[in-house]
Write a protein that binds this ligand. Structure first.
Ligand SMILES: [Zn+2]
Length: 113
């Protein structure tokens, strides 16, 4: 598999952005016009399995990807489909029994106006 060949391009494409596989394919194709959709998708999935890309559910059931592996929440504008990172320090989670340890929290805050 030629994952290593495209890994840097895909990571550069996703840096500070939240993109669907189709978005990533369109961006990578600008730099590698002959690349096939299946190759990009295969690389994306391989990178997600290796935790080089983080997968998360977007709007309308679409899966999105990003390179930011720090724990954070997303602010989502449903009209534009734009995601913004939101620091977890700004979110208070209350009522968790003390014998539980928070290992991961996924929060998406949707703007609907
Ligand atoms: Zn994010």
């Amino acid at each position: 598999m030629r994952t290593h060949q495209y890994r840097d391009i895909i990571c550069d494409t996703c840096t500070c952005r939240h993109l669907s596989a189709d978005d990533i394919f369109e961006e990578v194709r600008k730099m590698e016009p002959k690349i096939g959709r299946a190759t990009v998708y295969r690389n994306i999935e391989c990178m997600a399995e290796q935790w080089l890309l983080r997968r998360f559910p977007g709007i309308n059931g679409k899966t999105y990807y990003e390179c930011n592996d720090a724990t954070h929440a997303h602010l989502v504008d449903e009209k534009t489909g734009i995601f913004c990172d939101f620091p977890m320090e700004n979110i208070a989670v209350k009522g968790i029994p003390e014998w539980y340890k928070v290992s991961e929290i996924r929060i998406q805050i949707t703007r609907d106006i």
